[in-house]
Design a protein around this ligand. Structure first.
Ligand SMILES: [Zn+2]
Length: 69
């Protein structure tokens, strides 16, 4: 397939992507951790419950961003 080569050429042809910073962080989401102040109510602290879900001990807002949908 020549389509792949053409696409590579459009991006500079040398395989380097100048718009990507090498020190760019993969994950920019600050991971909530136990002891953090709840971002929801701003008063409670985050702590793991019995199911290892990181939640606020005051408003019970789940702070874990581990992919629960
Ligand atoms: Zn809270």
């Amino acid at each position: 397939m020549s389509q792949t080569a053409k696409k590579d050429e459009a991006s500079g042809g040398n395989g380097r992507y100048w718009w990507r910073k090498p020190d760019e962080a993969k994950c920019t989401h600050p991971q909530p951790k136990p002891g953090d102040i709840c971002t929801h109510c701003g008063e409670g602290k985050l702590a793991f419950d019995g199911l290892f879900i990181l939640a606020c001990d005051r408003c019970q807002q789940i702070a874990d961003s581990g992919g629960f949908t």
